[in-house]
Design a protein around this ligand. Structure first.
Ligand code: NAD
Length: 474
């Protein structure tokens, strides 16, 4: 695969390439150019040129390209899903969900085109009148992680481009190929040269020059807290706008009026989706005393039957983790839970995995102490820590005892309990009787150390445009 700069698929200036590893067997899944500073400079220049033409197109014309891209993505969903599975690891079923989710995001932005350019005028008797325009920012930059690359890329491409900006996007080197394939689909749908540029490379060589570039007006970053802090420091030097979508440590509060068997099934499916490598995965399952024991018994039984295997095998409920580093960090977190006195129960039918894959059988942890380290740090993998709560107030206290504030869910039939929890939980999005649902119609983003700024909903207009006032004296 090649990088995408202007409408050219090119090699990097250095000519070096990086091998992309299939997490199911450790074998090469493909190769991409190793982008560096000169490639970023070239992409920013192409995006600057394209901005002059793209920003003055009627928004409906921009919308048309998104409709066409979405239709092509839907038509080619199986092909795109296979690329995603071979580089990221997730089961094909989930990869296809993600690809179709990206199409839905493009359709949302296509449909929102008419909202973008609306400014307003004001009659000011002492000064004449004012024209307040909404203008795109210019060249924007986006940096994304490897866990949901196609969906997260679609959020950033949709918002930046529909508002008239041009974009330089850097996917993670652990999963860049499906994003490149989406870029290629957009070019076939009529996207003009230079509007979207995709640079493949690692954080230091390709990410740093992008966040430091003086001609880039905004960075939208999704990734871990530590990298986010670095991005905030570097972008401050050139006074860029910044959106930070950092990690999450979402609580899932289950009240005792819920059916424990049904809730065990829901918790398992949600937590093992994408092998638990989702920012809004329910990472701390907080269960009220009344159903704690029956809930964990059901969960333990369900966990035994989970099939872990290559994502291309239709029998696999869960694929491998994406890379060796994430597997090591999950192993360390489970060891910490063990040291803290939690009971570790390992699930999963398969014990014999291909030697070089990054497989990891799911884990249930019961008896998790209230002051466990899991409240401080997210576990980015298939671990289900179950925390006992005396009542709803206790559950809310435990849920909020973390530096993160991305999502949170409350599961109950009692509407007043749901309302009380929704008010008290500290997170950017609260779900009632569901979790991890992110339709593009609603804004998404975190509070506390989960970051700032919102994507999707109507928040994209403020995030990607700025107001310009023209004051006319009659
Ligand atoms: P990461 O922070 O290591 O990397 C994210 C991206 O930043 C990658 O593209 C990487 O190449 C780039 N990067 C790394 N160093 C950089 C630098 N010095 N300058 C510029 N760019 C640099 O995260 P990851 O391991 O890819 O993803 C996992 C993390 O992402 C988890 O913490 C997860 O919770 C978080 N995440 C958050 C959301 C959200 O929407 N809030 C969504 C998905 C993942």
């Amino acid at each position: 695969m090649q990088m995408m700069i202007a409408d050219q698929f090119t090699e990097s200036i250095s000519g070096e390439r990086t091998r992309i590893i299939n997490p199911a067997d450790g074998k090469p899944a493909g190769e991409v150019p190793k982008g560096g500073k000169e490639d970023v400079d070239r992409a920013v220049m192409a995006a600057g040129d394209a901005f002059r033409r793209w920003s003055v197109l009627p928004t409906s014309r921009r919308g048309m390209i998104f409709w066409q891209s979405a239709a092509l993505i839907r038509r080619e969903a199986d092909r795109l899903a296979l690329i995603l599975t071979t580089e990221q690891g997730k089961p094909l079923r989930e990869a296809k969900d993600e690809v179709l989710g990206a199409a839905a995001v493009f359709e949302y932005y296509a449909g929102s085109a008419s909202l973008v350019s609306a400014g307003y005028t004001d009659r000011l008797p002492r000064y004449g009148y004012g024209i307040i325009q909404r203008r795109p920012l210019g060249v924007c930059g986006a940096i994304i992680p490897w866990n949901m690359p196609v969906l997260i890329a679609a959020w950033k491409i949709g918002a930046a481009l529909i508002t008239g900006n041009t974009l330089v996007l850097k996917p993670s080197i652990n999963a860049p190929m499906a994003v490149l394939a989406v870029g290629e689909v957009m070019i076939r749908s009529g996207l003009p040269p230079g509007v979207l540029n995709i640079i493949t490379g690692n954080g230091r060589d390709a990410g740093d020059p992008l966040i430091a570039h003086p001609d880039v007006r905004k960075i939208s970053f999704t990734g871990g807290i530590e990298t986010g802090e670095h991005v905030a420091r570097v972008t401050a030097r050139t006074i860029k706008r910044l959106t930070l979508e950092l990690g999450g440590n979402d609580p899932m509060i289950i009240c005792s009026d819920m059916d424990p068997a049904m809730m065990a099934d829901a918790a398992l499916r949600l937590r093992l989706y994408n092998a638990g490598q989702i920012c809004t995965s329910p990472k701390r399952i907080i269960v009220e005393e009344g159903i704690y024991d029956t809930f964990t018994t059901h969960l333990e039984r369900l966990l035994r039957d989970v099939t872990v295997g290559d994502g291309t095998d239709p029998g696999s409920m869960m694929g491998p983790l994406n890379n060796a580093e994430v597997r090591r960090s999950v192993e360390d977190a489970v060891q910490t839970l063990r040291d803290e006195g939690a009971t570790i129960i390992r699930g999963g039918k398969n014990e014999e995995f291909p030697k070089n894959g990054f497989f990891y059988n799911p884990v249930l942890c019961t008896g998790v102490p209230e002051d466990s380290r899991i409240h401080a740090e997210e576990i980015f993998g298939p671990v289900l820590p179950i925390i006992r709560a005396d009542d709803l107030d206790d559950a809310i206290g435990i849920a909020n005892d973390t530096q993160y504030g991305l999502g949170a869910s409350i599961w109950t039939r009692d509407i007043s309990a749901a309302e009380r929890a929704s008010e008290a939980l500290e997170a950017g999005i609260i779900w009632v009787n569901q979790h991890m649902k992110l339709p593009p119609e609603v804004p998404f983003g975190g509070i506390k150390k989960s970051g700032f700024g919102r994507e999707n909903g109507l928040a994209f207009i403020d995030a990607y445009t700025e107001e310009k006032t023209i004051l006319i004296n009659r």
